[in-house]
Write a protein that binds this ligand. Structure first.
Ligand code: PLP
Length: 401
């Protein structure tokens, strides 16, 4: 293959483009993970990362992919045969259920058409029926990466509270943390599951469990087997900035830089930026005459948009031509959505011009396929982004006057 000039556009919904500042931070000599310099790094990360999770309790960091953090959340809090209530928002929620089954838990899944987030009322109804409190945990995916639908986590919490049910509440934020508003403590989440490769702007390789007091209490009685994933050894070592085994030292340099970058921008601004780019993307999709896969406006994802192509046409044909001609990767449709949708990732280190380049690639790609569509998507997005910029500028000017 001849060399392709310019940078690759990695517009899958994670892993995402890693900014230069983070690449430079990772590109340092590995240090002794049992020495004093490491202890300083560890302590500052364990302290600062709580601001990203919006939690007061500890955040555990594993050298693993997100799947490991799913497993850790379950094995540290539950007992063999425990019933867990899960909601089938899409491919990733289904995979979490499979993990639970393999661990000897009894997942009960509320089915859906994958085109919306978890329904708080359906969860409330099921918990209200469970008078014997056999359900030990409720597990939902905040942002279903396979569909582009979010779950209203605060509303699910309120639904659980209305029933007075004591189940633990676990939330997968793998494609929402640091992209979409998330508040572990305020929303009473007991275990937050997260990964490094999306909103945190890092390469894959770190996974997280953010813990509540109630989760820690449950872990004292949990009898599911665990060794590598066990919280007690981690928490004991983390107190002095260390890990019970060899950590991913260079990714931790990157994590420290990522936290600084997020706090410098301000989490509120990070979320607003993602919301704006998601809205611009949806305007482009509609102008193309295509369908946004998520059907519930309150649950549109701000980190990715699933695009449904008309029946009888191939979503993968767009992805293929966009990769070959424009060197951009778009997300594929997963499991039952294979070849029916493609996914545009608009999260992480992403600005107005990256958005417009991404949408230009999609629009040019569409024109090279036989998918029926209109042009003008890029223009619709551009008008929206330029309009937002004009509004912001006017507000800034008014503020200094
Ligand atoms: C919402 C969600 N949960 C879980 C996972 C699994 O994480 P990993 O592939 O890092 O193991 C992913 C991966 O994309 C995801 O998007």
């Amino acid at each position: 293959m001849p060399r392709i000039a310019g940078r690759h556009f990695l517009q899958i919904p994670g892993p995402t483009n890693v900014p230069d500042r983070i690449l430079r931070a990772i590109d340092k000599p590995t240090i002794d993970h049992r020495g004093p310099e490491f202890a300083g790094l560890g302590k500052s990360i364990f302290h600062n990362i709580k601001q990203i999770f919006k939690c007061a309790g500890p955040v555990i960091i594993y050298p693993s992919s997100g799947t490991g953090a799913w497993e850790a959340a379950l094995v540290n809090t539950l007992n063999p045969g425990d019933r867990v209530l899960m909601y089938e928002t899409g491919h990733f929620a289904s995979l979490w259920k499979t993990v639970a089954e393999k661990l000897g838990l009894v997942p009960e899944i509320i089915a859906s058409d994958w085109r919306r987030g978890a329904d708080p009322e359906a969860i409330e109804a099921r918990l209200a029926e469970d008078r014997g409190h056999d359900i030990k945990a409720v597990c939902v995916v905040h942002n279903e990466t396979s569909t582009g639908c979010t779950t209203r986590v605060g509303d699910v919490r309120a639904a659980i509270d209305r029933t007075g049910h004591p189940a633990l509440f676990m939330v997968d934020t793998i494609s929402s943390l640091a992209s979409i508003d998330y508040r572990q403590d305020e929303w009473g989440v007991d275990v937050t599951v997260a990964g490094s490769q999306k909103g945190l702007m890092l390469p894959p390789g770190l996974a997280f469990n953010g813990l509540s007091e109630k989760a820690l209490k449950a872990s004292e009685k949990s009898t599911l087997p665990k060794a590598y994933w066990g919280w007690p050894d981690m928490l004991a070592a983390n107190k002095s900035g260390f890990f019970p085994y060899t950590p991913a030292t260079n990714l931790l340099y990157g994590l420290s830089e990522a936290i600084d970058m997020l706090l410098e921008e301000g989490l509120g601004n990070v979320f607003a930026r993602h919301d704006r780019h998601a809205e611009a993307t949806r305007r482009a999709v509609r102008a193309w005459g295509l369908e946004v896969f998520c059907v519930e406006p309150r649950e549109f994802s701000s980190s990715l948009t699933g695009v449904l192509v008309p029946a009888g046409h191939s979503a993968d044909s767009v992805r293929k031509v966009v990769l070959e001609r424009f060197d951009m990767s778009l997300g594929t449709g997963l499991s039952k959505l294979a070849d029916k949708i493609f996914r545009i990732g608009h999260l992480s280190d992403f600005n107005d011009l990256t958005l417009l380049g991404t949408l230009a690639g999609v629009e040019m790609g569409l024109s090279l396929t036989d998918i029926p569509h209109e042009s003008g998507g890029v223009q619709a997005a551009l008008d929206f982004v330029a309009g937002s910029a004009a509004k912001e500028t006017a507000q800034r000017v008014a503020a200094v006057r």
